[in-house]
Design a protein around this ligand. Structure first.
Ligand code: NAD
Length: 282
């Protein structure tokens, strides 16, 4: 089956980026979210990011216009029924993803691959909810999606070779670099990255250093392009907390305990860049 029409669930930070890169590569995209305002916000971000690419000479004005026009926003999930491939990028909550995968299994044709952009939730568990576990896979993009090259492709226990091959090829068509990993909480990227960000938060909480000082240490001493607290604000502190909780539960080791300061900040609604306040003010 030729993949031409892509369904994307969730028009947030990642979903709008995923819709952007598929549309830019010539695919038609059906972008689905639960409220019109989330779709509007996602489309607005896509328009701005495409315009930025045009101004930098990465795409032509024509490509900018055509890419945007390839995206159809929808609220009704039933409209994903004619999609050839669906990638879910909804909120990082197991209950939300469970409901989505159960429903997508009903809505999508039996041969359609269902991918998740989850940062940490078990692909094997999501697959087991469906009647097509061999066609469920992790397709983990990185933020900002139009810029970052990596796609971590995660094989669940039942994921077939054909499904893996199809997703690897799709990632390459998007001019991304697929890297294969097996299913485990946090996969590779977040298993290694999140404890670093979490530990940086502990140093702030314990008064070891200011957020600015922690970030300078990593930029100047380790040549990181941005410090861990700037990065945490960029990812979203709620997303960081959700991932730490999944790893704490899934791996059972106390080293994955989320920093109490992180919990407090999320409780306060300080979610980082997207809410205007995190370790920094925006
Ligand atoms: N933020 C990152 O840097 C990053 C990086 C890689 C992967 N991820 C993963 O991508 C996914 C999305 O994260 P995000 O940062 O874009 O979150 P976000 O909060 O920016 O966006 C999530 C979107 O999903 C929508 N949504 C919630 N329930 C839905 C449903 N039932 N159907 C359709 N849409 C629904 C929300 O309305 C929202 O617009 C998560 O699984 C996250 O772990 C995030």
């Amino acid at each position: 089956m030729e993949i031409r029409r892509i369904g994307v669930l969730g028009a947030g930070t990642m979903g709008n980026g995923i819709a952007h890169v598929f549309a830019r590569s010539g695919y038609s995209v059906v972008l689905c979210d639960v409220e019109q305002r989330f779709l509007d916000r996602g489309l607005d971000t896509i328009a701005k990011n495409l315009a930025r690419e045009t101004s930098k000479g990465k795409i032509t004005v024509e490509q900018e216009k055509e890419s945007y026009q390839r995206i159809t926003p929808v609220l009704d999930r039933a409209k994903l029924t004619d999609c050839d491939f669906i990638v879910e990028a909804a909120t990082e909550k197991f209950e939300i993803k469970t409901e989505i995968f159960r429903d997508l299994d009903r809505v999508a044709r039996p041969e359609v691959i269902l991918a998740s952009n989850t940062s940490s939730i078990s692909i094997t568990k999501l697959a087991a909810i469906t009647k097509r576990p061999d066609k469920v896979i992790g397709m983990h993009f990185f933020n900002p999606v139009p810029v970052m090259k990596l796609v971590e492709v995660i094989r669940g226990l039942a994921t077939s070779q054909a499904t893996y091959d199809a997703v690897r090829d799709l990632a390459q068509k998007l001019e991304k670099m697929p890297v294969e990993v097996n299913d485990a909480p946090g996969f590779v990227s977040n298993r290694v990255l999140m404890p670093l960000l979490n530990e940086a938060m502990y140093t702030v909480m314990e008064g070891v250093a200011t957020p600015e000082a922690v970030d300078e240490v990593f930029k100047l001493g380790m040549a990181h392009p941005m410090g861990p607290l700037t990065l945490a604000d960029f990812i979203g502190l709620d997303v960081c907390l959700d991932i730490m909780r999944v790893m704490q539960e899934g791996l059972g080791d106390p080293k994955y305990r989320p920093c109490p300061l992180l919990i407090k900040m999320v409780d306060a609604g300080w979610l980082g860049r997207k809410s205007g306040r995190g370790f920094y003010k925006y």
